[in-house]
Design a protein around this ligand. Structure first.
Ligand SMILES: Cc1cc2ncn([C@H]3O[C@H](COP(=O)(O)O)[C@@H](O)[C@H]3O)c2cc1C
Ligand SMILES: O=C(O)c1cccnc1
Length: 352
């Protein structure tokens, strides 16, 4: 199975002409220029990304990628591996945080199961694209074979295609995989040339001793991995099925002109890999929130990203992105519906 073409071809550019038009419109709406702050920038950016004079985020597609991590053998999570599969059922039955948020937003929610240690029955809204029950223990060997990486990235690309088929105006990727803050920290250390103590955090709730142990596991993995910094080699070596799926989805969305609202630490690391693979992907990313997972800050800085929210969330699942959607919707509604100075007969001249 070859890699998706979005891995090898640069994505299209956003429409600069529509950005200019949207910027001009913001100047003539009945408010002091610039007074809506970042809401103005969001509307301008969405107009350019969606190629529309009337940007909108009415149709939101959320894909949660699930996969288990062999590195759980090292005791790096506060929770057991079985939770990954159990949560897939919870996503499908509507009880997970992202399920509630998707309902609130009227968003399309799907789960892509790339491989878990527990059995997952056929469930509505769950795509079973099982690659293996778990990735390999990245402290000891490459987490994914090249073939597994290709499968996971293609599964991500297929999610982007489903979003396109649903005419989604915005894509949100989410993660579910016990142990994935270890994998994401290892990827970030390798790609940003940082030490584990700088980027490793508590994840689901490790204490200080647990965090130190986790940093040592990441250090072992980095030493095993060596000097190779080719993005997809690093991803196969230190990633996981769901992080590779997310990377494929982000590349696939950029290729299909679908803006991506990036969630927390895990999805941001996938976005970092995607931009290392295709730098033009950065244009298609909006950043929702700063996760409480400490490594997120460095990943955001590397992506030159200033997220909209800081709610001290540290869940994943796409939840931080979902809570930011109403801000985007408000930005679009203001842009599309506010009166202009001319229409409303309001003076646009500063001064007496
Ligand atoms: C019930 C539950 C629901 C979750 N939803 C997302 N995560 C998040 O926590 C996990 C990463 O943290 P760590 O690396 O410490 O295992 C991932 O599954 C992530 O999606 C959850 C974790 C749990 C326990
Ligand atoms: O920010 C995240 O993505 C995150 C943080 C902790 C646990 N799982 C995910």
């Amino acid at each position: 199975m070859p890699l998706p073409t979005s891995c090898t071809q640069p994505p299209p550019r956003p429409d600069a002409r529509l950005a200019d038009k949207a910027r001009e419109r913001q100047q003539v709406l009945t408010k002091p220029p610039g007074s809506l702050g970042r809401l103005e920038q969001l509307a301008i950016e969405l107009a350019a990304l969606q190629g529309s004079e009337s940007p909108s985020v009415d149709r939101v597609h959320i894909s949660v990628f699930a996969g288990d991590h062999g590195v759980c053998d090292e005791g790096i999570s506060a929770f057991p591996q079985a939770v990954t599969a159990q949560m897939i059922a919870n996503f499908a039955s509507g009880g997970a945080a992202i399920s509630v948020m998707a309902r609130e937003l009227g968003a399309q929610l799907e789960v892509v199961n790339l491989g878990t240690v527990g059995e997952v029955p056929a469930l509505p809204g769950v795509w079973h694209q099982v690659i293996a029950q778990t990735s390999q223990n990245l402290a000891k060997t490459d987490a994914l074979t090249h073939e597994q990486l290709q499968k996971a990235m293609n599964a991500g690309d297929q999610a982007a295609q489903r979003a396109a088929d649903n005419r989604a105006r915005l894509f949100i990727g989410g993660d579910m995989g016990i142990g994935n803050t270890t994998s994401a920290a290892a990827l970030a250390c390798a790609l940003l040339d940082r030490r584990p103590e700088e980027l490793v955090g508590p994840g689901t709730g490790l204490d200080a001793k647990g965090v130190s142990h986790k940093a040592r596991v990441v250090q072992t993995a980095l030493e095993r991995h060596g000097e190779d910094r080719e993005p997809l080699s690093v991803l196969a070596s230190l990633g996981g099925f769901e992080i590779a799926g997310l990377t494929g989805a982000i590349l696939g969305c950029a290729a299909r002109r679908i803006p991506v609202l990036v969630d927390g630490f895990i999805v941001s690391v996938a976005a970092l890999v995607a931009t290392r693979q295709q730098p033009g992907v950065r244009d298609w990313l909006l950043f929702s929130h700063r996760s409480a997972e400490p490594g997120h800050q460095s990943v955001l800085a590397a992506l030159n990203a200033a997220p909209l929210l800081d709610l001290h969330m540290r869940l994943g699942e796409g939840s931080g992105a979902a809570v930011a959607v109403p801000l985007l919707r408000t930005a679009c509604a203001l842009h599309n519906q506010m009166a202009t100075f001319a229409d409303a007969g309001v003076s646009d001249k500063p001064g007496a």
